[in-house]
Design a protein around this ligand. Structure first.
Ligand code: AMP
Length: 392
């Protein structure tokens, strides 16, 4: 088990806290969605209660290693001043003598927010000198940036090798919740998988075929599986280089006694366009048509499996849910997951935004805050930002 902030003494210590404050800003620099900051407040508040001197670092956007005010964390500093009752300072750099001096002036119970770490190209290349310069700012390192835990950057990996370290509450919760449902679920465990490309999710599907009782596959990637079974999928999204892999997964599922449910009907269009009109087909899809959503009979099949489940993991939309005529499959499944009484884990940016669109997600066991990181964790892969943290 990884060390958490509860396992270390932070009293009077300078704690470098890596967070994911990669929030969306409008053209005037106002934060349009504060979810990521809100998720981080429990860790910050706990550290302050423990009399730590909290030095926060994060990335924001993709400034490509250059200083660019468009990606400044100053709006986040202003937000934190209000949330944390004024004990927050901001410094317009993230390394160097001036920053180091400021960390040394900090009193217990105060926060110093550093400027965007991605203003330096050395951040993403995990440059050892840059990591050392970050390490000079603190006595202890805490990683709570789940959203970037799959990245081996200086502020998520390199610096952790140089300081005593731990994970924060958000990181701990993400790891425990995702692992609990996938590694020790109450059965039956049903995975709902969608999204565009099979190639992005091969490791995930291969892993889940070993862990789940049932896999419901929708979205663009279903058509590669359907083609592998000899179904005519018309012009639907297919990765022909992955047909053999799809066949192997179907065979492995049979061997493991795992049920894979593929769509039996689809809403199709003749063009990939937001205003495309939908036509329903069952079985084969005629040439010239592409499947953009699962059809009502498939939704019924999926519903039966979801209602039978005791645990659920969901990653990826079941259709092109951004298009008004092709969002129904994803939204119906999202509503079923919202009503689900067992442990459900939802990961991946699109599934999370789909479920938030249809209702309040407070009662769901776990809605992950990290897209790429949750995909990797669900796929049983190790996250560098977590692997580097000390075990208890
Ligand atoms: P991913 O990032 O792999 O989870 O893919 C999400 C994207 O998959 C969304 O933007 C969806 O519009 C897209 N998608 C879902 N179903 C389909 C489909 N049947 N055909 C093409 N794209 C799809």
């Amino acid at each position: 088990m990884k060390k958490t902030i509860k396992d270390i003494d932070v009293n009077n210590k300078r704690v470098l806290l890596r967070v994911d404050f990669n929030v969306p800003l409008d053209e005037n620099g106002f934060i349009t969605d504060d979810t990521r900051i809100k998720l981080e407040l429990p860790t910050i508040k706990y550290l302050l209660q423990q009399n730590a001197k909290v030095i926060i670092c994060s990335h924001l956007g993709r400034p490509n290693g250059e200083k660019n005010q468009k990606y400044s964390l100053l709006p986040v500093a202003k937000y934190l001043v209000k949330e944390l009752l004024g004990r927050v300072f901001f410094v317009s750099d993230c390394v160097g003598d001036e920053v180091e001096a400021k960390t040394k002036c900090l009193k217990p119970g105060e926060v110093l927010l550093l400027e965007n770490v991605r203003f330096y190209k050395e951040e993403e290349s995990n440059d050892p000198i840059f990591a050392k310069n970050l390490a000079r700012l603190a006595d202890i390192y805490v990683n709570d940036a789940f959203g970037t835990a799959h990245r081996k950057h200086a502020s998520t990996f390199g610096v952790a090798e140089l300081l005593p370290n731990a994970v924060g509450f958000l990181m701990g919760k993400e790891i425990n919740a995702i692992k609990a449902v996938i590694d020790a679920p109450e059965r039956p465990l049903v995975a709902i998988l969608g999204g565009a490309k099979v190639s992005d999710k091969i490791t995930l599907i291969n892993h889940l075929v070993e862990k789940c009782n049932t896999l419901l596959i929708g979205g663009g990637m279903a058509y590669t599986f359907l083609k592998a079974q000899g179904v005519n999928v018309g012009n639907s999204l297919v990765d022909d280089t992955k047909i053999e892999v799809a066949k192997e997964i179907l065979a492995k599922a049979q061997e493991n006694n795992v049920k894979i449910v593929l769509p039996i009907d689809y809403l199709c269009a003749t063009e990939f366009s937001p205003n495309a009109r939908a036509k329903k087909f069952s079985g084969n899809i005629p040439n010239g048509w592409q499947g953009l959503d699962i059809g009502p009979k498939t939704v019924k099949l999926f519903k039966k499996e979801i209602n039978n489940a005791n645990s659920i993991v969901w990653n990826g939309p079941l259709g092109v849910f951004e298009f008004k005529h092709f969002c129904k499959g994803t939204e119906t499944v999202a509503k079923l997951v919202l009503k689900f009484k067992g442990k459900a884990v939802v990961g991946g940016g699109d599934s999370v935004s789909a479920i938030k669109k249809v209702g309040n997600t407070n009662k769901i066991y776990h809605v992950s805050s990290g897209g790429g990181a949750s995909l990797k964790l669900m796929a049983g892969e190790s996250l560098p930002g977590v692997a580097v943290i000390e075990e208890i």
